[in-house]
Design a protein around this ligand. Structure first.
Ligand SMILES: Cc1cc2nc3c(=O)[nH]c(=O)nc-3n(C[C@H](O)[C@H](O)[C@H](O)COP(=O)(O)O)c2cc1C
Ligand code: SF4
Ligand code: SF4
Length: 447
């Protein structure tokens, strides 16, 4: 099925009407875990204060069983590593160590159930943990305050999302889709195909840069899709959501992202901007896709082609389909927002923003290889690359999308000192990476 220039993979989508709802099937496991979590909030921190890493890992088990999601396992796994780096700085109370873990577990176990009673129970469990943590000793340092503060935020967002009444089924959805090498657009096409199956009208608006993005968002719900770039959305999209996105007037919204490893706190800001604009965000979803950063793709090209062929996993596509169905039905969908007390997003902001990018990442074309075909010039979403003789030249803003590096057919274009040593990512869905709108967009900008 071909719509809006996007091939919708409807033939390979999962028909959920014939499948048992995975969330409901594990209802008992989820509820038992929640009750246990409530009961153990007093003794566990003290009994196991020296083994919090082990407890943390064990606590993952019910989550992995109930969600059966590689994304969930990867997100919690990444966070476990970061936790090791920061956890021992919480000097006030061992109970505070476990507070973000308890909060994450509780909200994750109940978010997609669509049951207000279960959500109330999980909110109560987190509330109890926070109160008892404070009882055990007021945090005396920044990390302690961050651990408790982020747990409280997780709880509040969860309560605001899932304790309120669900929406009426959605009839039409606008999707704002930023995608540099096509991965995110592939995920969008799977999500959209499922919405269409559910009878929802979908309009996809490709996002390039905020200066020429003025879509009519008149559907009754919004989906914002983006690749994770430095543990956050690409900066032009962030700018658009913060400044130009029209008011939501209570509409439901959903956040969709592709990542190569994990988003950490990458959903916090878009969630916040949508909330401030009056949208009610019903959930988020991220799926692991091939990494498109040549800097990290070191080693033989064949190895990377093989790794790329493994992603995305079909089980994640099932979760995508299920999330689309829940969203179409007006319910909470996908994953909950978990606010983690870790500052990776700040590092992302320092390394990638509109001021630093033109200075730190300088594209150049290698004369020996470049045929001056002009493809990089046509596909640069920021209009930074210009026709030159004998090779293109760079001037202007950059959003670190790496399209120029990944799409150059001669492997001639590189970001100085960043991408020379790696394999470029040859998009798995080239028709989604460089669709005609790119060229149209470029001619509108320059003309
Ligand atoms: C500059 C840059 C930074 C990235 N940072 C992250 C990151 O922080 N976390 C992550 O999981 N993936 C990261 N990625 C990988 C992309 O999010 C991933 O490959 C995504 O699927 C690309 O989607 P697209 O093809 O729609 O652009 C980064 C990619 C680029 C180019
Ligand atoms: S895409 Fe590659 S070969 Fe074509 S002009 Fe750009 S650098 Fe040269
Ligand atoms: S110069 Fe390259 S990395 Fe920068 S915005 Fe253009 S295509 Fe993307």
């Amino acid at each position: 099925m071909r719509r809006w220039g996007i091939e919708l993979a409807s033939s390979s989508t999962v028909n959920l009407t014939t499948r048992p709802d995975a969330g409901r099937r594990f209802l008992l496991v989820r509820l038992i875990t929640l009750v246990l979590l409530g009961l153990v909030s007093w003794p566990i921190p003290y009994l196991f204060s020296d083994y919090w890493g082990v407890v943390w890992a064990l606590a993952l088990a019910p989550l992995v069983i109930t969600t059966r999601s590689g994304s969930v396992t990867a997100e919690m796994g990444t966070l476990l590593i970061v936790w090791w780096a920061f956890g021992d700085r919480v000097s006030a109370s061992p109970a505070i160590y476990y507070c973000p873990l308890a909060a994450a577990l509780s909200v994750w176990l109940t978010h997609d159930l669509g049951s207000r009673a279960a959500s109330l129970l999980s909110t109560a469990v987190i509330g109890a943990w926070i109160c008892r943590s404070i009882d055990h000793g007021v945090p005396v340092n920044l990390t302690g305050v961050a651990f408790l503060g982020c747990s409280a935020l997780t709880m509040l967002v969860h309560a605001a999302t899932s304790l309120r009444r669900p929406f009426a089924p959605v009839r039409s959805v606008d999707v704002i889709a930023a995608s540099h090498t096509g991965n995110t657009l592939h995920l969008v096409s799977r999500f959209a195909a499922e919405l269409i199956e559910a009878g929802v009208q979908v309009r996809i608006h490709r996002f390039f840069d905020p200066t020429c993005f003025t879509p009519a968002l008149d559907g009754d719900a919004l989906v914002v899709a983006f690749p994770m770039i430095g543990w956050k959305p690409p900066w032009p999209l962030d700018h658009y959501l913060r400044t130009n996105l029209p008011a939501g007037k209570g509409k439901p919204a959903f956040l969709l992202s592709t990542c190569a490893g994990g988003p950490e706190n990458g959903f916090v800001l878009p969630w916040l901007w949508l909330w401030l604009k009056g949208y009610r965000v019903m959930g988020r979803l991220w799926v692991i896709y091939p990494v498109n950063v040549a800097t990290f793709r070191i080693g033989p090209a064949r190895l990377w082609r093989w790794l790329d062929s493994l992603l995305p996993r079909e089980s994640e596509m099932e979760i995508t389909a299920r999330s689309a169905r829940s969203f179409a039905a007006g319910k909470t969908a996908g994953f909950p927002l978990v606010v983690w007390p870790f500052p990776l997003v700040l590092i992302g902001w320092l390394l990638d923003n509109r001021w630093i990018d033109p200075l730190l990442y300088r594209p150049y074309a290698w004369r020996k290889r470049c045929t001056n075909c002009g493809l990089c010039v046509e596909t640069c979403p920021m209009g930074r690359l210009h026709r030159g003789d004998p090779v293109p030249v760079a001037a202007g803003e950059c959003e670190l999308c790496m399209r120029c590096v990944n799409l150059c057919p001669q492997n001639a274009l590189h970001l100085f000192c960043w991408t020379e040593y790696g394999q470029p990512y040859r998009p798995k869905w080239p028709e989604l990476a460089a669709v005609r709108e790119d060229v149209l967009h470029r001619s509108t900008k320059t003309g």
